[in-house]
Design a protein around this ligand. Structure first.
Ligand code: PA5
Length: 478
């Protein structure tokens, strides 16, 4: 029988909606807002970006556009591997950073129980799940305090196979595994990396690790729909085929030539125009705990892809928009004051959910205190929705640009749509800005400086440059 998510009617019901009313002059005024005229004036830039993405898709570093379609065999392998892991181990730990960690965290949070690791084994039906995306020694110790390496599978994820953070974690863990398990240690490592380059693939071959490949044309921050994200998701029981179907559905929408019908192109055009109007900050504010780490994933995608010194012609442009994460309603009591009254330098994007996966009634009580009692008879669902609408209203009347992406519900299909939507928006926006969306010289500079400081061979000159840098003055330290 055809899976539910493959039915056109169901897919249509699960379509994400972009509401950009409050980006427009009619709602936030001439001075701050974007007009139909502004969009018309940029028609050529928008069309050129659309055409460029269409022409480049599937080539160069745009291999990610094909992930919803070209992974039939690898998905079967992932599902078989995940099944074994679910049966045989108590914990599954991702060792990775940046694009090799943020997607798995976001998808896990979106699609599994919000206290997944605290559930009993019978309730979880799979291993506990951890993502170690830092090299804080206290965090490593804390992990080792709560897992038994003998009953854990470690998924080492690094496209380059040389990232210091990930490789240092690998060294620590593999050493522990060998001490605890001898020859069986290799069975506890799954490597996700480039097929033909880097150190991890060499090690994987030498040690005999189970390996999944990150295609050459898929960069770290665009890799969530590759084995980078699919294996961790499958291990915790997420329907990865449904996620890919959601991405494919969004891909079709993003292929629409009419701007008004193409949500990612429209969103990119609005972001681009907002940047031109000095909106240098992009806040993502989901009104759902399940989507809170989508903001971290988005922050990396937007910041690393669009924050560039040079355009493709080599001209210094120093473009980009600083992404900020916020959570509704939590940050109404923290950041919204600034968003409403501070500088006119932001666009706020709300993520709204039409149907939460549960309903929670607010109990009766406090009859003698009407200021509390008005809540009774309502649900938390109504409260969170009212608070989102209230924040949207408050920002709009203060002429603050905001838009809302509605998810009919949070499921594997809509999460696939959302991921792909943002990847496409980023691709379109990068073209509009005329930059290389897929490089990250700023990140590489930091990586190289770390290698130099720790004495990696080949980085002697970087070390010399660093040593020659101006010494800090004591008088500026108090
Ligand atoms: O998007 C990127 O390319 C980076 O953020 C990488 O994901 C990050 O630096 C980790 O790199 P790697 O997967 O090579 O370890």
């Amino acid at each position: 029988m055809k899976a539910k998510y493959l039915h056109a009617k169901w897919q249509k019901a699960m379509r994400l909606r972009l509401d950009y009313n409050n980006m427009m002059t009619e709602f936030v005024g001439e001075e701050q807002g974007i007009s139909q005229g502004d969009l018309r004036a940029k028609k050529d830039v928008i069309t050129a970006a659309f055409e460029a993405v269409r022409a480049k898709r599937g080539t160069g570093m745009m291999g990610w556009t094909e992930l919803p379609y070209n992974q039939k065999e690898v998905v079967a392998d992932i599902l078989a591997t995940a099944k074994e892991i679910r049966k045989s181990c108590d914990a599954f730990v991702v060792l990775g950073i940046g694009g090799s960690a943020l997607g798995p965290i976001a998808v896990m949070q979106a699609l599994k129980h919000l206290h997944y690791n605290d559930l009993s084994k019978a309730q979880r039906k799979g291993p506990k799940f951890y993502v170690e995306d830092n090299v804080d020694p206290e965090r490593m110790k804390a992990l080792l305090d709560v897992i038994d390496v003998k009953k854990t599978v470690f998924n080492v994820i690094t496209k380059s196979g040389s990232t210091s953070e990930t490789m240092s974690q690998y060294l620590i863990i593999y050493d522990l595994l060998k001490k605890a398990l001898g020859d069986d240690a290799a069975k506890h490592i799954v490597a996700t990396t480039s097929e033909n380059k880097g150190n991890l693939i060499r090690l994987a071959k030498q040690e005999g690790f189970k390996t999944f490949y990150i295609p050459d044309g898929v960069g770290g921050r665009f890799s969530e729909l590759s084995p980078v994200g699919l294996l961790p998701a499958a291990v915790v029981g997420i329907d990865i085929r449904q996620m890919l179907a959601g991405a494919a559905f969004m891909d079709k929408l993003c292929g629409e030539t009419r701007l008004r019908k193409n949500p990612a192109l429209m969103s990119a055009a609005l972001s681009y125009l907002a940047m031109e109007k000095g909106k240098n900050i992009s806040v993502m504010m989901p009104y759902a705990d399940s989507l809170r780490y989508m903001s971290d994933w988005y922050c990396q995608l937007w910041a690393e892809s669009l924050g560039k010194a040079e355009n493709v012609a080599g001209k210094i442009v120093n473009v980009g928009q600083t992404p900020v994460k916020a959570l509704g309603v939590t940050d109404q009591h923290s950041q919204v004051q600034l968003y409403r009254e501070g500088p006119f330098d932001k666009v706020v994007t709300f993520l709204a959910v039409d149907g939460y996966r549960t309903e929670c009634a607010i109990a009766d009580g406090c009859e003698e205190i009407p200021d509390v009692n008005f809540l009774c008879g309502h649900t938390l669902n109504e409260l969170i929705d009212a608070e989102r609408k209230a924040t949207e209203y408050a920002l709009t009347v203060s002429k603050r640009l905001n838009r809302t992406i509605y998810l009919p519900e949070v499921n594997a299909f809509t999460v696939g749509e959302l991921l792909y939507f943002y990847e496409m928006e980023t691709a379109f926006c990068g073209e509009m800005l005329g930059i290389d969306t897929y490089n990250q010289p700023g990140v590489e500079a930091g990586k190289n400086a770390t290698y130099a400081l720790l004495g990696r061979k080949g980085y002697e000159s970087t070390r010399k440059e660093m040593e020659a840098a101006k010494a800090k003055k004591d008088e500026y330290i108090c």
